[in-house]
Design a protein around this ligand. Structure first.
Ligand SMILES: *Cc1c(COP(=O)(O)O)cnc(C)c1O
Length: 397
């Protein structure tokens, strides 16, 4: 049969055709009125996309670049910081904090799990400069309770900053950035914005800006104060990734259209879409007797345990060779044990039904157990029908 290449990876994600076209067509120089108009429109729209009144900055780098900017702008050497880690991306916070000479305290929980709020509260102290966490830990598929963590941080001290890597969280998870008091939240273009890698963004609270005046870690390209000053004039400090800005404009228009002209409504619709694709996928996987890896699963992606005695790499390989579908293996110690199917951004009902149908075939090939064709698809259909308020049509009922 004909094969279409499809990504089901938690970044990069499938590209929005309108974003690709906008990129290909864009030629303006960055110090022109045309670019300035695009830049200002995109920055204003990005606030709606994130759901914040705080400044939003968009930088030319991958997500980790802005994670580094958070550490270099918000901390000084020897500052005490608390990293909440439950996976490979949590560990990245620890590495970054140490690279900038912070005294890193870690609250680490096993892969696949999330933090108890009691423990988080116990680890916060009055001299904690910043708390670093993921909204959704893409290596394990876990959703962390950012609202709960934010309440604890805000109740503890007015000086402690809450920094959230929401690189796969934004656009897949309801996050009330201003209401909960998130000081610094980070996203990336190759996730829910349906674009190629190359841009990363952050929303920065007034508390963060104040604290940046006092911090002494080295920074130059990622000096966010410089970017803020330039942005106020409708410019970037250095050459922006102009064609990616054009793609971002088109992606934001697409999200606005999802909200029937209202961008924040579109953001909510995009989140609900990811939630529904994820719920369908979880139901399908469970119906096939597979175990979910995450104790509190995110809508960004579904991490599924390979059946006992089977290397998940075999499953990933079958998806690719048989269907040209790219699902992600586990990272680090999780490699060979789990596989991950993403729902971030440009996925719909048909993608979700399709990947579950393929999963049935892949499973039948890699195990010696009988797979009931249609079982995963049926479970997903029922979740979908229920979400739409339609009556589930039970087979043989
Ligand atoms: C993708 C991702 C990142 C950023 O990775 P880059 O490769 O630097 O873009 C960071 N955190 C999480 C949770 C991610 O999913």
């Amino acid at each position: 049969m004909l094969h279409k290449n499809r990504l089901f990876t938690p970044g990069p994600t499938p590209l929005l055709p309108a974003a690709q076209n906008a990129m290909a067509a864009f030629t303006a120089h960055h110090r022109t009125a045309d670019f300035k108009a695009l830049f200002q429109r995109v920055l204003a729209d990005m606030k709606e996309f994130v759901g914040t009144k705080n400044d939003v900055l968009v930088l030319a780098c991958s997500g980790t670049g802005v994670m580094e900017a958070a550490v270099s702008n918000l901390t000084s050497p020897h500052d005490s910081v608390l990293v909440l880690t439950a996976g490979k991306f949590g560990e990245r916070w620890t590495g970054l904090g140490r690279a900038f000479g912070c005294r890193v305290e870690e609250l680490a929980v096993p892969y696949g799990e999330t933090f108890s709020l009691d423990e988080v509260g116990a680890r916060l102290s009055f001299n904690t400069r910043a708390v670093f966490v993921q909204a959704t830990e893409s290596s394990t598929g876990v959703r962390h309770d950012i609202e709960g963590i934010a309440k604890l941080v805000r109740a503890r001290s007015d000086e402690t900053l809450l920094v959230v890597d929401a690189i796969t969280g934004l656009g897949t998870t309801h996050l009330d950035v201003d209401g909960w008091g998130i000081d610094f939240i980070i996203g990336g273009s190759q996730k829910a914005l349906m674009m190629p890698p190359g841009l990363a963004y952050c929303a920065v609270s007034e508390r963060s800006w104040r604290s940046m005046e006092k911090t002494t870690s080295p920074r130059y390209y990622f000096d966010l104060r410089k970017e803020r000053k330039s942005a106020a004039k409708g410019e970037t400090a250095y050459t922006p990734a102009t064609s990616l800005f054009a793609a971002l404009g088109a992606a934001l228009d697409f999200v606005r259209a999802m909200g029937k002209g209202d961008l924040s409504g579109g953001r909510e619709a995009l989140v609900n879409n990811a939630e529904l694709c994820a719920a369908m996928t979880r139901a399908g996987a469970k119906q096939l007797g597979l175990k979910l890896y995450a104790s509190s699963p995110a809508a960004a992606l579904t991490a599924i345990c390979a059946p006992e005695g089977i290397d998940s790499g075999k499953i990933v390989k079958q998806f690719r060779e048989w269907f040209d579908a790219v699902v992600a293996n586990g990272q680090g110690e999780m490699k060979g044990k789990i596989f991950r199917i993403a729902h971030i951004g440009y996925y719909d009902y048909l993608d979700t039904i399709g990947i579950l149908g393929a999963l049935e075939h892949v499973l039948a090939r890699v195990t010696d157990k009988n797979v009931e064709y249609g079982a995963a698809v049926r479970a997903a259909q029922e979740v979908y029908a229920r979400a739409l308020g339609e009556k589930p049509q039970l087979v043989n009922a």
